[in-house]
Design a protein. Structure first.
Length: 416
């Protein structure tokens, strides 16, 4: 990586954003916001159009598979095709999937066409966002690389989990079709900012077969090193709520008097609160240990928060404050998962590159696992059953994390 450049002295450089990539960050925000603007309400819209809850969940499951696969492939593909080309491919795929979705599939209520084109749409934001992440890795000075990564994920999260639901809530009066069109505008703005106004040189070392072999080796390493495979499982559990809630909660809450706009507003606000817990648990993990933080906080609090989302409407009815507090428990748990990004690369210290690819695979699998759980349980057991299933899987993450011992920990145990 070309991280040897001297750190800049601008305000942006100091907070972790290379000044030469400032427009890229602006583009990332707008693209991710536009590309995910429907996630908070699309499941309920499908159900209102006559599809079953499980059918809607299956669409999101297949969408999640596309996200997982392209999230994993992007790192290698940037070195084969180039960063700008891959980001442009993400923009093209977005419209290849979105235009027939809005103009044909949804008006005709064609289930299989909706699934096909929405899956194509799902491949777009990993190509765009994770290609930019590679760009950032090559451009940011090593001294500020960690801050640059934090800025990337904050920008990404603000787009997907804060402003996408906020814009959906604020402009729901325009109608859902027009919200899609609004997303088109945001994506175009993002593409122009990141690929036209951003003049930074995106050249990185190019290669071909070696990268593909490395990608294959990183996948097989998951099976050859069981602790790494276990880490991928825990990372896949990490965000099942983020991608499961957006399907089940709009469907569930409407029965208790909550509007879609209310859900989107609460969901956006709690994700802002979540950034505080992400930073807080970084300090906690450095104090009490990475693995202890995972075991004590991660799945435990996410599971409790998910049970709260089930019980609050049942016990208290329409109570936005109580719903918000249940989601706060969930965001505390999400903060507890933060050390995974440090643990997983250190499970295989002699091959951190492959371990990071495995980490990305686990991140992408959350897009698949959350909707899959919902689609399996919502039909036979209802929305409550789907939430309970998500909670149970979250609770499993904490004991599984106990076994994520790094080689250093294992060696210390042997010497004790």
């Amino acid at each position: 990586m070309n991280n040897s450049a001297k750190s800049g002295h601008s305000l942006l450089d100091k907070i972790g954003i290379p000044a030469s990539l400032a427009w890229g960050f602006v583009g990332l925000f707008f693209f991710v916001t536009g590309a995910t603007i429907e996630q908070g309400w699309f499941s309920s819209s499908l159900v209102n159009s006559g599809f079953s809850s499980s059918s809607a969940g299956l669409i999101f499951t297949v969408y999640g598979i596309a996200v997982a696969v392209f999230a994993w492939l992007t790192g290698a593909c940037t070195q084969i095709f180039g960063i700008r080309r891959l980001m442009l491919a993400g923009v093209i795929l977005y419209f290849v999937g979105s235009l027939p979705l809005v103009l044909v599939a949804l008006p005709q209520k064609s289930y299989w066409l909706i699934m096909l084109v929405y899956t194509i749409r799902g491949a777009s934001y990993p190509l765009f966002a994770y290609s930019f992440l590679v760009w950032l890795n090559y451009r940011a000075p090593m001294a500020s690389l960690a801050r640059a990564m934090s800025c990337f994920w904050i920008t990404f999260g603000l787009g997907m989990t804060v402003f996408a639901p906020y814009f959906s809530s604020a402009f729901m009066f325009m109608g859902k079709t027009n919200l899609f069109y609004f997303g088109f505008v945001l994506v175009i703005i993002g593409a122009v900012c990141a690929l036209v106004l951003n003049h930074d040189d995106a050249k990185i070392p190019q290669t071909n077969e070696a990268v593909l072999k490395g990608l294959f080796d990183s996948f097989t390493l998951i099976f050859r090193r069981p602790r790494l495979g276990l880490g991928v499982i825990v990372k896949a559990i990490n965000d099942i709520g983020k991608f499961g809630y957006v399907i089940v909660m709009p469907i569930y809450l409407i029965h208790y008097g909550y509007s879609t706009s209310e859900w989107l507003t609460v969901w956006a606000i709690v994700n802002i609160v979540g950034y505080f817990f992400n930073y807080l648990f970084g300090y906690i993990a450095d104090s009490i240990g990475w693995r202890k933080t995972l075991v004590y906080f991660s799945g435990t609090f996410c599971g409790l928060g998910t049970l709260g989302l089930w019980l609050v409407p049942v016990i208290l009815g329409h109570n936005l404050i109580a719903l918000f507090m249940a989601l706060v428990l969930y965001t505390i748990g999400l903060g507890g998962f933060v050390p995974l990004s440090a643990i997983i690369p250190n499970l295989v210290p002699e091959n951190k590159g492959a371990a990071i690819s495995a980490l990305n695979l686990g991140s992408g699998l959350s897009n698949f696992l959350g909707p899959l759980i919902v689609s399996i349980f919502i039909s036979p057991f209802g929305s409550a059953g789907a939430l309970i299933a998500l909670a149970v899987v979250y609770f499993l993450a904490s004991p599984l994390s106990y076994f994520l011992k790094t080689p250093d920990e294992l060696n210390q145990a042997k010497r004790a």
